[in-house]
Design a protein around this ligand. Structure first.
Ligand code: FDA
Length: 445
C-alpha cells in the first residue's frame, strides 16, 4: 500500500484496465522513458481485473478474423520503427515470411490475441493483474488523485488513464444463466453446457458476433437446429470500402472533434454500417450457401428468423424455452432449446461509477481533444479516457484503429502538463462548452 504522504510514492500515471488501449499506451510510455533522463521518465502502473492478459478470449472462435488491418497494431501508426509492431511479433515467432505468403491484411483473432499477449509479456511495466479499480477519488495535494483497488490498496497518481473497454448489453427480459448468456463469454459457456438434449440453439442479434456464432454452432453441432433471430430482414454487410474507412483515420479525430455536435451525430448515424450490426460479406455468403444447400437437400436445420424478436426465455430442468415473436405477423413460437446466446452488443463501461465525484456524469461530460475529461473545479489530476468518447472523437473510440496514435497523444498531453510548472497541473473547470478546444500549455497553470 502506497504511503500517501511520500512524493516518491506518487505515480505519474495509473492505467485502469490493461486491454489493447492501455497496452498501446504502456508501450508509448516505455518508448518515451527509453530516450529520456531519469527525471523526465514517467512512472506508470496498470491495474487489470483479469488474472493475466487476454483479449476477448470468450470469442476467439476458430478461423474468425480481425475486422481491422494488421498495420493498425499497437504502435505502427505512431512509431513505424517500434519493436512492438505486428511485423516484429511475426519475426519473433518465425512466421514473417509465411504470413506474407498468406497475402492477407486480416490475421485471425487467435493470432492477434497472441500478438497482444506477446507485447504485454515483453513490456517491463508494472501491471497488477487480478485487481479491479473500484473508485478514483480526490487526493489532498494539488494535482493528484487516489485510485482505490478491490484488495483495499490505494495508489496516488497525477494522472489516470481509463481504458476499461465496453460492457455487455443484456435485454431487460433476460436473466443470465448457464443456458442464457452474452456472446462475450461464448467459448467458456458452451464448454460448460451439458450434452445437448433438444438439439436446438437460438442466437439473438444480426451483427458480426451473431453470424460467427450461428456458423460455429451449425458446424460444431451437426444434428442441432440453429435459429438466428433478428429484427432486420437479413444480415447487412459491413462497409469496409476504402473511402468510408477513412472515418477511422487518426486525422479524422481532429475534424470530428472540431465539428458541431449535430454534425458529429449525423456522421455517426450515416457511418454506423462500418461497425454496428453488420457482418463481413464473405460470412453472409457462406451462411446463405449453407441454408440454400439444406433447402436443396430438404434437410433443414439453419433458420433465419427475420423480422423477429425474442420476448422471453424460461429455464426448464434440462433446457430453456425461448419465445420468438414475428413482428411481421405478430405470431409467437416457443422453441425448446439447449441455449440462447445473446449477441446484443455492448455499451461503454461505467466511467460514472469510477469517477463519480471527479467528473460530470454521462451527457454532461466534456472530453477535450487530448482525451482529457474536464473535471470539477476542485479536481486537478488529469483524467483521460481511452474509449467511450464516440460522440466527441468518432467511431474509432472503442476500436483498435487508432490505439497507437491516441496513446501517443495522451502521452504528449501528460508530458506537456508535467513539464509546465514542475508538475503542478491545471485546475480545470467543469466544461460547459459544446465544442471544447484542445488543452494547450497556456491552459495549464
Ligand atoms: P478492452 O475491453 O479490450 O479492455 C479493457 C480491459 O479493462 C479489460 O481487460 C477489462 O478486464 C479491464 N477492466 C475494465 N474495468 C476495469 C476495472 N475497473 N479495473 C481493472 N480492470 C478493468 N475492434 C477492432 O477495431 N477490430 C476488430 O477486429 C475487433 N474485433 C472484436 C471482436 C470481439 C469479439 C469484440 C468483443 C470486440 C472487437 N473489437 C474489435 C472491439 C474492441 O473493443 C477492441 O478490439 C478492443 O478490445 C478495445 O480495447 P480496450 O483496451 O479499449 O478495451
Amino acid at each position: 500500500m502506497a504511503n500517501e504522504s511520500a512524493e516518491d510514492d506518487i505515480y505519474d500515471v495509473v492505467g485502469v484496465g490493461f486491454g489493447p488501449a492501455n497496452l498501446a499506451f504502456a508501450i508509448a510510455v516505455e518508448e518515451h522513458n527509453e530516450s529520456r533522463s531519469p527525471q523526465e521518465r514517467l512512472r506508470a502502473v496498470f491495474v487489470e481485473r483479469q488474472p493475466d492478459f487476454g483479449w476477448h478470449r470468450g470469442m476467439l472462435l476458430d478461423g474468425t478474423t480481425m475486422q481491422v488491418a494488421f498495420p493498425k497494431d499497437l504502435v505502427t501508426f505512431r512509431n513505424p520503427t517500434s519493436s512492438y509492431s505486428f511485423f516484429a511479433y511475426l519475426h519473433d515467432r518465425g512466421r514473417l515470411v509465411d504470413f506474407v505468403n498468406h497475402q492477407t491484411f486480416f490475421p485471425t483473432r487467435l493470432e492477434f490475441n497472441d500478438y497482444l499477449t506477446w507485447a504485454a509479456e515483453r513490456l517491463d511495466t508494472e501491471v497488477r493483474y487480478g485487481r479491479t479499480v473500484t473508485r478514483v477519488d480526490k487526493a489532498p495535494p494539488a494535482g493528484t488523485a487516489t485510485v482505490l483497488l478491490d484488495d483495499g490498496s490505494r495508489v496516488r497518481t497525477r494522472n489516470v488513464v481509463a481504458g476499461v473497454g465496453l460492457t455487455e448489453r443484456i435485454p431487460a427480459w433476460a436473466t443470465r444463466s448457464p443456458r442464457c448468456f452474452h456472446n462475450h463469454h461464448f467459448l467458456y459457456r458452451i464448454a460448460e453446457l451439458p450434452e445437448p438434449k433438444h438439439n436446438r440453439f437460438v442466437v439473438l442479434g444480426a451483427g458480426q458476433s451473431a453470424a460467427e456464432i450461428v456458423a460455429y454452432l451449425h458446424r460444431t453441432y451437426p444434428h442441432a437446429e440453429v435459429h438466428s433471430v433478428f429484427a432486420r430482414w437479413g444480415y447487412s454487410p459491413a462497409d469496409d470500402s476504402p473511402f468510408a474507412n477513412r472515418i477511422f483515420d487518426p486525422s479524422t479525430v481532429d475534424e470530428f472533434h472540431r465539428a458541431p455536435a449535430g454534425e458529429r451525430d449525423r456522421l455517426l448515424r450515416l457511418h454506423r454500417g462500418t461497425n454496428y450490426s453488420v457482418v463481413d460479406v464473405e460470412l453472409i455468403h457462406e451462411l446463405y450457401a449453407r441454408e440454400y444447400q439444406e433447402r436443396v437437400r430438404g434437410d433443414r436445420r439453419l433458420y433465419m428468423r427475420r423480422a423477429s424478436e425474442v420476448t422471453s426465455a424460461t429455464e426448464t430442468t434440462d433446457g430453456i424455452d425461448v419465445e420468438v415473436r414475428s413482428t411481421l405477423e405478430d405470431l409467437t413460437d416457443t422453441l425448446r432449446c439447449d441455449a440462447l446466446v445473446l449477441c446484443t452488443g455492448f455499451e461503454p463501461a461505467g466511467i460514472d461509477a469510477l469517477f463519480g465525484g471527479l467528473i460530470p456524469q454521462g451527457g454532461e461530460r466534456n472530453v477535450a481533444r487530448d482525451y482529457r475529461v474536464r473535471t470539477f473545479r476542485d479536481v486537478s489530476a488529469g483524467i483521460y479516457l481511452q474509449g467511450g468518447t464516440e460522440d466527441t472523437h468518432g467511431l474509432s473510440s472503442s476500436l483498435l484503429s487508432n490505439v497507437a496514435v491516441r496513446a501517443g497523444e495522451i502521452l504528449d498531453s501528460i508530458v506537456a502538463r508535467r513539464t509546465v510548472n514542475g508538475g503542478v497541473v491545471a485546475v480545470e473547470e467543469c466544461g460547459r462548452r459544446t465544442n471544447p478546444t484542445p488543452l494547450v500549455s497556456s491552459e495549464v497553470r
